[in-house]
Design a protein around this ligand. Structure first.
Ligand SMILES: Cc1ncc(COP(=O)(O)O)c(C=O)c1O
Length: 400
């Protein structure tokens, strides 16, 4: 392994060489079922022919020009995203953190236009918004912030899924100009809020003239069974960020704005050399076309349900399972005990999963996963969880 890469990741000792659909092969030819999709990136699986063709075709013509010129494929992608989201316009970046930075800058610009010189954005415990200075300051995880102080000012933290806490923060602080939340917390442990959480946030934002900003970097692109998770609630945010699955592995992010948020940025306010370049946009366009053509968004919910009910059936007598929860193909299996070692055990058995918040097994399988692979995933994971929990001490009987 190269010693010249900064050790910012605790990497698993495996190197993948190729992939096809939901499968990956390592350098020794061993096959793995990918139930993580590069952490919600490869929604269409690996080596998808439509993405391959789009990238090849575009690279024959142009990889990059500059945002100082018009870019036809960027404008086509913007049109398509606006069509699908109901938002008004888009800024393109290269990653989740970069487009969340754009969202934070929109909130600051909104504040200054209102005459608020010391603006604050409400953010939540357990959130994850990225690793740049502003986005790690917005993130609700002290471990991610430690060592990088002073943090960027202007974030007020409340518990997730707690509307009363948002209301009292608004009452206490006249400088609040925006609320930034994930529709479902991913890194935070697949935390699914009350079904009216986003509606209530929308209402509070309307009432107090705040920007409602949704980080859909993990939840977007069909993962929860709608193109965007807010579409389950029939609302429109003022700002919404997308990245991860937008390019199926080609780096691209989008910050979408609507209404008053869509008129805030003017020439010179923000920029990005690579953001929205022809290569990335052609990949993203192919992703959107494939999601539609293969009806992958509608089937995300039935596939997620099949995985969860299959696991629930096989694990019904396992007292260490606290909860199996999901929205579409965003799945969390919460245990009563730290279970990070399951990642290594699954890897050894040819299955890629993730554990977040120590006790939550996180599954983000590709949207193209088929029935046979779903059954394999259920069988392998239930067996691994069973073997893992068997060696734990018995759960105490609360009645005793
Ligand atoms: C909800 C959410 N926001 C932001 C990010 C940061 O995205 P990136 O790593 O592309 O900067 C992530 C990445 O995991 C995420 O899940």
């Amino acid at each position: 392994m190269s010693s010249h890469v900064m050790p910012t990741y605790n990497r698993l000792a495996v190197t993948f060489e190729r992939g096809e659909g939901a499968w990956l092969w390592d350098e020794n030819g061993k096959r793995y079922l990918d139930a993580l999709s590069g952490i919600a990136v490869c929604g269409l699986g690996h080596a998808h022919p439509a993405i391959h063709q789009a990238i090849c075709k575009q690279s024959e013509k142009l990889l990059h020009t500059s945002n100082i010129y018009r870019i036809a494929v960027q404008e086509q992608l913007a049109d398509k995203l606006i069509d699908l989201s109901g938002m008004d316009n888009v800024f393109f970046g290269n990653s989740g953190a970069e487009v969340n930075e754009a969202a934070i800058k929109l909130a600051r610009k909104f504040a200054h236009e209102l005459g608020v010189s010391n603006p604050a954005i409400i953010v939540t415990d357990g959130s994850f918004h990225g690793r740049t200075l502003a986005t790690l300051s917005a993130t609700g995880n002290a471990k991610i912030q430690k060592g990088f102080e002073p943090l960027v000012e202007g974030f007020i933290r409340v518990p997730y899924n707690d509307i009363a806490a948002i209301k009292s923060a608004i009452e206490l602080n006249p400088n609040i100009v925006a609320i930034l939340v994930e529709p479902i917390q991913g890194e935070g442990g697949i935390n699914i809020p009350a079904s009216d959480y986003l509606n209530n946030i929308r209402q509070l934002c309307n009432q107090h003239n705040l920007l409602m900003m949704l980080d859909e970097i993990q939840t977007g692109m069909g993962r929860t069974g709608k193109f965007l998770a807010y579409q389950h609630n029939d609302i429109l945010p003022d700002v919404c960020t997308l990245a991860k699955a937008l390019g199926n592995g080609v780096p691209i992010g989008a910050c979408l704005a609507s209404g008053k948020a869509a008129t805030l940025f003017t020439a010179g306010n923000h920029g990005s050399t690579f953001g929205g370049n022809p290569l990335a946009c052609s990949a993203a366009l192919a992703v959107l076309e494939t999601l539609d053509k293969d009806n992958l968004i509608a089937t995300a919910e039935t596939k997620g349900l099949a995985i969860c009910s299959g696991l629930a059936g096989l694990l019904q007598n396992n007292p260490h399972i606290i909860e199996i929860r999901h929205k579409g193909l965003m799945i969390g299996i919460e245990l009563d005990t730290p279970c990070a070692e399951l990642v290594q055990k699954a890897l050894a058995n040819g299955l890629l999963i993730n554990v977040t918040q120590d006790k939550v097994i996180r599954l983000l399988p590709p949207l193209i996963i088929d029935d046979m692979q779903i059954q394999q995933l259920i069988d392998m994971l239930a067996l691994l969880i069973g073997q893992f929990t068997e060696q734990l001490s018995p759960v105490s009987d609360h009645a005793a």
